[in-house]
Design a protein around this ligand. Structure first.
Ligand SMILES: [Zn+2]
Length: 89
């Protein structure tokens, strides 16, 4: 995606923030980085809008789908077989 008028806030550029969003939502960022992302989001309207939507979408999907760990390889295999077997008796 293209970012217009990229800004550097709290030591992170908009691309840096966007690159860290999924880790941020996952809670995988170290506290210090997390704080910088939050500072950037507070001060940057573009990232706040995008980041807020992104976080809401991810949270909504997780709530809807349940824990990611529940989507096991076995379930994927069963789904694939079900699709392959379409039309079989
Ligand atoms: Zn930004």
């Amino acid at each position: 995606m293209t970012i217009e008028n990229e800004k550097v806030i709290a030591g992170l550029s908009c691309s840096d923030v966007l690159a860290r969003l999924s880790d941020y939502v996952d809670g995988d960022l170290p506290a210090e980085e997390r704080g910088r992302v939050e500072d950037h989001l507070r001060a940057c309207e573009g990232c706040a809008r995008f980041g807020g939507e992104f976080a809401a979408t991810v949270r909504g999907l997780r709530t809807h789908l349940g824990a990611p760990a529940s989507v096991s390889g076995e379930l994927k295999d069963r789904l694939r077989r079900a699709l392959d077997d379409d039309g079989a008796p």
